[in-house]
Design a protein around this ligand. Structure first.
Ligand code: SAH
Length: 292
């Protein structure tokens, strides 16, 4: 169970944090990160302590993070816990499906840490927060009123994870979280963690601006759509390296094309001849107009 982390985004009631901690501890979970809690000193809040009950020690150990990105930086699988699918978010799975998927990936060794991300009480996870997640889990409640209390949702998710771990331990040959964490022979390469994916997005954005495909003044929905594409693909470490190599080359070619254009403009300015527009470059080919 050590492979699972619960992340609470901006909880407004300290009491809920206490209840979540209790829900986690009863299911054998002990990694909680709280992002921008309304009550900064939640661990000493009387309601949080009362509702944590016997889990106060875990409450005291809960970590705080300044952003969701920071809270999941070292996670290779980030799961949004939400009742409401969002346009650019992943499509919902049941708790059992997510638990099965997470255990399988842990067992394969392609994932070492899984984050389950819960939204704030009043509004849940925003579109932006959801877009940072690769999977989404929804508790299939009554569609007419599907919004559970935060800690009740946490209890159900925690139980589903535990149940799946117990099932896998009872059936030899079925993946178990513990096996994955202890590093059984890795069947495949590790998925990139969240921090590496964020660095890739930043690099892609810069490269797209450099080649003139993305207008920073009017970015539209290009980056959210590319984020979603990446999240669906589940990039491996070497694939992130490959894409960053491509971005680097794009930036390099754009810079030399720009330098060429500036040179031509200078020459044209001196001679009075018209300036030739920069020809788009083909990756792997010499820069058009250069004499390489
Ligand atoms: N009005 C908010 C409710 C937030 S409840 C909304 O519509 O999203 C606080 C958190 O509890 C949610 O962000 C989510 O993480 C969790 N939660 C509540 N009900 C859930 C459900 N049916 N399935 C999955 N998560 C749920």
């Amino acid at each position: 169970m050590a492979a699972f982390r619960f992340v609470l985004v901006a909880p407004s009631h300290a009491g809920n944090i206490g209840s979540v901690v209790r829900a986690m501890m009863t299911m054998g979970l002990d990694d909680l990160v709280v992002v921008k809690p309304k009550e900064a000193d939640f661990a000493n809040h009387p309601q949080a302590r009362a509702l944590a009950s016997g889990a106060r020690e875990l409450l005291a150990r809960a970590r705080r993070a300044a952003s969701l990105q920071e809270a999941v930086a070292d996670c290779q699988l980030v799961v949004a816990v939400s009742a409401n699918p969002r346009e650019f978010g992943p499509s919902p799975r049941t708790p059992a499906e997510i638990a099965g998927l997470a255990l399988q990936e842990l067992h394969q060794g392609s994932v070492q840490k899984v984050a389950l991300v819960f939204g704030t009480e009043r509004t849940g996870l925003s579109i932006h927060e959801m877009a940072l997640c690769q999977q989404m889990v929804s508790i299939p409640a009554d569609p007419d009123y599907s919004s559970l209390n935060l800690s009740q949702a946490a209890q159900i998710i925690a139980f589903s994870l535990r149940q799946q771990v117990m099932l896998s331990q009872a059936q030899p040959g079925v993946p178990s979280a513990a096996a994955g964490v202890e590093g059984e022979a890795a069947a495949r390469e590790t998925y990139a963690d969240h921090a590496a994916i964020e660095r890739l997005h930043t690099h892609v954005e810069q490269a797209l601006v450099a080649i003139g495909y993305l207008d920073p003044a009017e970015p539209k929905r290009l980056m959210p759509r590319l984020r979603r594409l990446c999240a669906r693909t589940r990039l491996e470490v070497s694939e992130v390296d490959l894409l960053r190599g491509i971005c680097k080359q794009m930036e390099k070619l754009a810079a030399s094309a720009a330098a060429g254009a500036a040179g031509a403009a200078g020459a044209a300015g001196a001679s009075g001849a018209p300036v030739t527009p920069v020809t788009p470059v083909t990756p792997g080919c010499p820069v058009a107009g250069s004499d390489v």
